[in-house]
Unconditional design. Structure first.
Lengths: 139, 136
């Protein structure tokens, strides 16, 4: 399967890396989206810390908005049950595992943290198993 | 104030990167997670590009005693690979595969595919809340 070199994924990935580097170099913070979201919502005691988290999430939406419209066909009629189970599993999993694709996959591996490498290998593996099983049922 | 501006700029670049890379397309993400079927390997370049930058920059950033605008680096304190980590990461991967959304792309899809995001995002937040109680 020969395709054009995936320049957009590479550019997007480099931007994500630059974003994480900026936040670490200037603010000393990890650009982990699940952690930023949950600490904002569930740890209001650290209200002095809420400001930058709100700013980051607003930026995230704004940066996404500037690049819209997304150049892909929207998925239609996907099972709401799958979406609910997915959201619950991602929520519980990223909370007890202390991170998601950004915190572990980008920032953690970038700092060569063994925990993040283990987490990333694990969630990619269970993700592959899940899609393989899911599609064998849907086929 | 300067920290808020950095956080905003960092978020802007992150959000732009997620859309440009097409990480926000859940079908493409599921195709990336489907090496035995309809594999689309291109998203490997997203994490590859991001990690190439963070591996290089983190090394130099951490040579400083403190960040430029803050009193210290807020790094993860845990170092051990324990059952909670593996259980959590396993669950996250299952959820990621079921929809093709991880948290960042899920949030941005409030603007792209709101009919899916309005189901996924509340479940994500409830899941995070359940996980938080389990953590306490």
């Amino acid at each position: 399967m020969l395709e054009a070199f995936p320049i957009q994924p590479l550019i997007g990935g480099i931007l994500i890396g630059i974003s994480a580097a900026l936040l670490l170099a200037f603010n000393g913070r990890i650009a982990g989206i699940s952690g930023i979201l949950y600490n904002l919502l569930f740890n209001p005691l650290s209200s002095s810390e809420s400001g930058w988290r709100i700013a980051f999430l607003l930026g995230l939406l704004g940066g996404g908005y500037l690049m819209l419209p997304a150049a892909f066909e929207l998925r239609n009629g996907y099972s709401p049950i799958l979406l609910v189970v997915s959201g619950l599993a991602v929520g519980i999993g990223t909370r007890i595992g202390n991170g998601c694709t950004s915190g572990h996959g980008v920032c953690g591996i970038g700092s060569m943290a063994g925990r993040s490498i283990a987490a990333t290998v694990t969630f990619v593996a269970t993700g592959i198993i899940t899609v393989t099983v899911l599609r064998s049922f849907m086929a | 104030m300067q920290r808020l501006i950095i956080a905003l700029i960092s978020g802007l670049i992150f959000g732009a990167g997620l859309v440009i890379s097409e990480m926000v397309n859940p079908v493409k993400v599921q195709n990336f997670l489907d090496p035995f079927g309809n594999w689309d390997a291109s998203l490997a370049f997203v994490m590859g590009g991001a990690v190439a930058v963070t591996l290089f920059t983190t090394h130099f950033i951490m040579k400083r005693k403190t960040p430029l605008f803050s009193d210290r680096f807020y790094m993860a304190v845990k170092t051990s690979i324990d059952r909670r980590l593996i259980l959590g990461a396993s669950l996250f991967g299952i959820g990621w595969g079921l929809s093709g959304y991880c948290p960042g792309p899920g949030i941005i899809n409030a603007m792209i595919n709101p009919s899916e995001a309005m189901v996924f995002l509340p479940a994500l937040i409830i899941g995070g809340w359940i996980g938080q109680r389990y953590s306490a």
